[in-house]
Design a binder for this molecule. Structure first.
Ligand SMILES: [Zn+2]
Length: 492
C-alpha cells in the first residue's frame, strides 16, 4: 500500500494502476446479479452506471461543479470528484477513497454501497469483501468456512458457520450434500487435492448447499454439531472407512505428557468394578436414525439397564462414565475408568452406514496398528518413584496413557468373544461380528476393554428396535452374561 501511494505521488497522481477485478455478486430476493469491479491502486471501485442498473437509481452530472448527484428513492447522494466525503440526504459520509471520473464514467469505492447507498435506499447492504458478495435486505447468508483434517484412517470436514445455522447432511450418488437453512452461503472452501476419502468440495446445486464428492475409501460418515462460540456453530463430518466410531490411534509420542501417565495395575485377576461408557452425549449426538433417534440417548438407556442388572445380579461396583446428557471427550472416558480402577470397560454405541440394508451388532477391541510394537515396548519399561501416602517413596511402574490398552489386548479379545457369544442368541449379529479397530476411547483404558455397536440406526427396522425396552433389555442381559463368563475366565 505504502509503495503504491508513493508511486502515485511521484507521478503527480496522473497515473493510476487499474485492472479488471472479479465482480461483486449482488444477492437479493430477486436473485444474483454481477456488479463489475475495477481495481485501482488496490482499491475496488464500482461504476455508478452499473449501480444505477442494479439498484434502479439515477444520476446526473454537474460538469461545472465537478460533481455527480445520485437519486435513490427520492434521496440525493452528492459526490465530488477526488473528495472522499459524500453527502447522503444532507448527512456527510466518509469513503475510504475518493470517487474518480475516468473516461466519462464515475467510479466509487465498493464501500460506497454499504456506507452511502444503503442509508439512501433505507436497505441493508452487507458487503462481504472476502467472498465478493453484497447481501441485500434480510437474506440469510451465513459465513461458512470449510476446513479439512486428514487422518490416517479418516478425514474430517469441518464447517464453521456464522451465525449458527441449522444444517442437514444427506447422501446422494457418491456425494454428501450439506444443506444449510439459509438463502445463500458466504462460502470459503479450501482447495482439496483428490484423495482417498474425498475428491472435492464445491458449492452444491442450490445456493444454500455444499457438495462433498466422495472418494473410493469412503464407506460411511458421522456428523456432529457443536457451538464454536457465542455466534458460530460448527458442523463436522467425519468420513470413515469402516465403523462409525473408529478414530485413528496416535503414534506413541516421544515426549510423553505426564498428565497421561498412569500407574499399572497388572493383569486383572478378578472382577470387582465395571465401568460402562454410554457413547456420545451433550453436543455430541453420535449417529442419528431417519426417525430422529439419537445414538447418545440409546447408549445411555442401555447403559442404565446394564448397571441395574449388574448391581442386582452380581453385586459388583458399577460406574457410568456419564449418567446424563453431557459432552465428554473420549480421553476423559478412559481416564474415568482408570481412576475408578475398573476391572473391565465396556463402551456402548449404535452404528450408522450409508447402505440402509446393513444391520446387526458388532463387537470391537483395540487394534494398535503400526504403533503396536512401540506400544508393547513402552508398556513395560517405564518406572518411577512417587511419594507414597504417609511419607517416603514407593516405586511403582508407570505406563504411558496412550499405550495402556496394549497390555490387555489378549484379555480384551476374550472379552469381545464372550460379548459376541452372549449377544448372538438374543439379537441379530452383523456378518462381521467381532472386529479389531483403532478406537480412541479404548486406547487409554488400563484394563480389558471392548466396544459394542448394538445395531444400525441407519437401518429403519433396527432404528425401531433400538428404541424399544425389549431390545435394550436383550442387549443388557447379553452383556451381563458376557461379564459372568469373563469373570469365570479371569478366575481360572
Ligand atoms: Zn458411537
Amino acid at each position: 500500500m505504502a509503495a503504491s501511494v508513493a508511486l502515485a505521488l511521484v507521478l503527480g497522481l496522473s497515473f493510476l494502476a487499474s485492472a479488471q477485478a472479479p465482480a461483486i455478486t449482488v444477492l437479493s430476493r430477486e436473485g444474483r446479479k454481477p456488479l463489475p469491479v475495477t481495481s485501482i491502486n488496490s482499491q475496488d471501485y464500482v461504476a455508478v452506471d452499473d449501480i444505477n442498473t442494479v439498484f434502479a437509481t439515477t444520476s446526473r452530472e454537474d460538469r461545472l461543479a465537478g460533481g455527480l448527484t445520485i437519486t435513490a428513492r427520492g434521496r440525493s447522494i452528492v459526490l465530488t470528484e477526488n473528495q472522499n466525503v459524500v453527502s447522503v440526504a444532507g448527512r456527510l459520509v466518509t469513503l475510504p477513497a475518493p470517487p474518480l471520473r475516468r473516461d466519462s464514467r464515475w467510479l466509487v469505492p465498493a464501500d460506497f454501497l454499504s456506507r452511502a447507498l444503503s442509508p439512501a435506499l433505507d436497505l441493508r447492504l452487507d458487503l462481504r469483501r472476502a467472498a465478493r458478495l453484497l447481501v441485500v435486505g434480510d437474506l440469510r447468508v451465513p459465513r461458512v468456512v470449510a476446513r479439512i483434517d486428514a487422518g490416517a484412517t479418516n478425514v474430517a470436514v469441518t464447517f464453521e458457520i456464522t451465525p449458527n445455522t441449522e444444517t442437514r447432511v444427506t447422501s446422494q450418488q457418491g456425494r454428501l450434500i450439506v444443506q444449510f437453512d439459509a438463502d445463500a452461503l458466504d462460502l470459503s472452501i479450501p482447495l482439496v487435492p483428490p484423495q482417498a476419502f474425498l475428491t472435492g468440495i464445491a458449492p452444491g446445486d442450490s445456493p444454500s448447499t455444499v457438495a462433498i464428492a466422495l472418494g473410493p475409501r469412503y464407506a460411511l460418515h458421522r456428523v456432529t454439531t457443536s457451538q464454536a462460540d457465542a455466534a458460530s456453530g460448527r458442523l463436522t463430518i467425519e468420513l470413515l472407512a469402516s465403523t462409525t466410531d473408529a478414530i485413528p490411534v496416535p503414534a506413541p509420542s516421544t515426549a510423553p505428557d505426564t498428565r497421561l501417565v498412569i500407574p499399572t495395575q497388572g493383569p486383572s485377576t478378578g472382577l470387582r468394578t465395571v465401568v460402562i461408557d454410554p457413547g456420545h452425549g451433550g453436543d455430541e449426538l453420535g449417529t442419528q436414525g431417519a426417525k430422529g433417534t439419537l445414538e447418545k440417548e440409546i447408549t445411555l438407556a442401555v447403559a442404565r439397564r446394564l448397571r441395574t442388572l449388574i448391581e442386582s445380579r452380581l453385586g459388583l461396583k458399577v460406574f457410568l462414565t456419564r449418567d446424563d446428557d453431557r459432552t465428554m471427550s473420549l480421553d476423559e472416558r478412559s481416564a474415568f475408568a482408570n481412576s475408578r480402577r475398573a476391572d473391565v470397560f465396556l463402551s456402548i454405541h449404535a452404528n450408522y452406514a450409508v447402505r440402509p440394508a446393513l444391520k446387526g451388532a458388532e463387537v470391537y477391541y483395540l487394534t494398535v496398528e503400526r504403533a503396536d510394537e512401540e506400544a508393547r515396548r513402552k508398556a513395560g519399561d517405564n518406572s518411577a518413584s512417587l511419594p507414597a501416602l504417609g511419607g517416603g517413596n514407593r516405586a511403582i511402574e508407570l505406563i504411558l496413557w496412550e499405550t495402556a490398552q496394549a497390555r490387555y489386548l489378549e484379555q480384551s479379545a476374550s472379552l469381545a468373544g464372550f460379548v459376541e457369544q452372549a449377544l448372538r442368541p438374543r439379537i441379530e449379529m452383523s456378518p462381521r461380528a467381532v472386529q479389531q479397530a483403532p478406537f480412541r476411547v479404548l486406547v487409554g483404558a488400563n484394563m480389558p476393554a471392548a466396544l459394542v455397536e448394538i445395531g444400525y440406526l441407519s437401518n429403519a427396522e433396527q432404528e425401531a428396535q433400538l428404541t424399544t425396552a425389549a431390545y435394550q433389555e436383550q442387549v443388557a442381559q447379553s452383556l451381563l452374561d458376557a461379564l459372568i463368563k469373563f469373570r469365570e475366565f479371569l478366575e481360572h
